[in-house]
Each structure stands twice: as structure tokens, then as C-alpha cells.
Design a protein. Structure first.
Length: 314
């Protein structure tokens, strides 16, 4: 284990819009920081087709363009995103430098006066027969990633919220036939998205329906659904199943350390302060109602500002 004895000002865990914004504001405040990302720089935004509602960017902006712009600003301030999975956070005894955290990242250890948790969230799974078996063999949680592979094929989208409808609209550009299955008799997506989807000619709605099993041999060839009103099952021939039924907080790292809500998201106040002094949280990992890129960036800025104020006390 390689231990870095230097104590820096702030470590940011996660490099989505929230984490990158926190890095930008912290670096501009001349804090000495490090930012780590274990997977995909940009987070869940990189799994979407385009941005239509980020201020100052035109409708249809590619998510990668926004993330590259923020990364460039952060890099110009002398901070680069480091690849690594933060595996453990430890509160050390107070030292002459003040309160100190130690994080374990791969085979390295770092010390910091404050932490910003921006670990985001992940797609929720159905946990039905065939889901794991056919992952990357017709089962997908990302239309942007996999949609073009289903050109002129038949797919089923599962879900009724904004994400499901947005991804269904995107998929309709490629596929021959699109089904959207939802457990209720109406969708939960905002009206403007529902209107757009109802204008899609190759889309058919399967309401009051829940998925039971995904079938196939080498790849997906059918989805079995059950009608919740009469319990009758039906087999929908298809080449792919796209699942958009919610998200799960990526907060395993802080379970037992920070206060979480009943869904596992980090509880913070309006300064992004968590239940543990010196640790802040922002973006999709925190408990809130609206999860958008613009709110993630706002969270990150506030978290960095709060971290700065915390450090000044010591």
C-alpha cells in the first residue's frame, strides 16, 4: 500500500457534472484538490443522446461536448481526473493540520481535510429471469450506447418515466417496431415527452403490463409480460429489451458513515453538508427531487464552496 503523507484540502469522488463542477469551483478557490473517477468521466449523462435543457447550450448538444468543455476548464486550472476506485474512507484523529480523512484508492492512500462525494447513481434492474443472462446480448440499460445495433429490429422499452420515454423516442429512429411496456394505465413522463412519443408511428403501448421473463437462446428473442388486470401472460417477439425503471444510488462507499434516506441516497442540507462534518455530497448521489445536469452542476458548486468554508475554520 502506497501512502501519501501530504494532507491536501479536498478529495472529490466522482467525475460526472457534479464532481467536475465541484473541482472547477474548488480549483478556482485555489484549494489543493484531487478528483477520482472509477468508471466513465461524465457519469450517466454520457448514456443519453443529447441535452435539450442546459442553459447556454443549444438544443441537441452532445453530452460529450459539455463534459469536454468542463474538463478543459478544470484541466486549465491544473487539475486532472485520476482513474481509480475509492474503496474506503477513514476519519483519522485530529492532527496539527486539523481534522483529516484518509481514503483508500486501489493500492494508494491519500489524506484530505474534506471530501466531496459525487458518485452518482446506476440504472435499477428488474431482477427477472433472463435479465442477467442476456445482458449485452439484447438486454440494455442505455439506448444511446446500443440503439444503433438494433436498426430495423424490434425492441421493447420498459418503464413509464421521463428516461424511458426519452430513450424510446431515440430508439424509434433506428428500429422497425417499438413497444413501450408500463405497469400502470398511464405514463409518468412529463406531458411534452408523452406527446412526442405518441407521434412516433412505429411505437405501440403495452400499458398495465409488467415484465415476467426475457427469453432467448444465444440472444434475446422474446419478452414475456403479464397484464396486471387479468394476470394473463403474453409473449412479445423482440430482438432487444431496454430497461428504464429507476436508479440506484452509488453510495455503498459511505454506508455506515453518512446518513442516507430510505432509498440509499445521501441526506444533505442546502449547503451540501452531510451528517459527517467535513464531508459534502452533490449530484445524483444525494437525496433530492430533481436530477438534471444543471442541478448537478449547481450542487457541485455549492459543495465546493462549503468545503472551502469548512477548511478555512482549521
Amino acid at each position: 500500500m502506497n501512502e501519501v503523507n501530504e494532507v491536501i484540502d479536498c478529495i472529490i469522488v466522482g467525475a460526472g457534472p457534479a464532481g467536475l463542477s465541484a473541482a472547477l469551483y474548488a480549483a478556482r478557490a485555489r484549494l489543493k484538490i484531487k478528483i477520482f473517477e472509477s468508471h466513465l468521466i461524465g457519469g450517466q449523462i454520457m448514456l443519453t443522446d443529447r441535452l435539450d435543457n442546459y442553459p447556454g447550450f443549444p438544443q441537441g448538444t452532445l453530452p460529450a461536448d459539455l463534459i469536454d468543455a468542463i474538463k478543459s476548464e478544470v484541466s486549465n486550472l491544473g487539475v486532472d481526473v485520476q482513474t481509480g476506485r475509492v474503496e474506503k474512507i477513514t476519519r483519522l484523529n485530529q492532527s496539527k493540520e486539523g481534522k483529516v480523512f484518509k481514503i483508500t484508492c486501489d493500492d494508494r492512500e491519500f489524506k484530505s481535510r474534506s471530501l466531496i462525494i459525487a458518485t452518482g447513481a446506476s440504472p435499477k434492474k428488474l431482477n427477472i429471469e433472463g435479465e442477467e443472462q442476456f445482458l449485452a446480448k439484447g438486454v440494455s440499460y442505455c439506448a444511446t450506447c446500443d440503439g444503433p445495433m438494433f436498426k430495423d429490429k424490434t425492441v421493447v422499452v420498459i418503464g413509464g418515466g421521463n428516461a424511458a420515454v426519452e430513450e424510446a423516442i431515440f430508439l424509434s429512429r433506428f428500429v422497425k417496431k417499438l413497444y413501450l411496456a408500463h405497469r400502470r394505465d398511464r405514463l409518468r413522463a412529463v406531458s411534452i415527452l408523452q406527446e412526442k412519443l405518441r407521434q412516433v408511428k412505429n411505437c405501440e403501448f403495452l400499458l398495465n403490463s409488467i415484465p415476467v421473463a426475457i427469453e432467448g437462446k444465444d440472444r434475446v428473442n422474446a419478452l414475456v409480460i403479464k397484464n396486471v388486470l387479468d394476470n394473463k401472460k403474453a409473449r412479445i417477439d423482440c430482438d432487444g429489451v431496454f430497461i428504464f425503471v429507476g436508479i440506484i444510488a452509488n453510495t455503498d462507499l459511505v454506508k455506515g458513515l453518512l446518513r442516507l434516506d430510505d432509498k440509499g441516497f445521501i441526506i444533505v442540507d442546502n449547503q451540501m453538508r452531510t451528517s459527517e462534518e467535513g464531508i459534502f455530497a452533490c449530484g445524483d448521489a444525494r437525496s433530492k427531487d430533481l436530477r438534471q445536469v444543471v442541478t448537478a452542476c449547481s450542487d457541485g458548486a455549492q459543495a465546493a464552496f462549503s468545503a472551502q468554508n469548512f477548511i478555512i475554520k482549521y
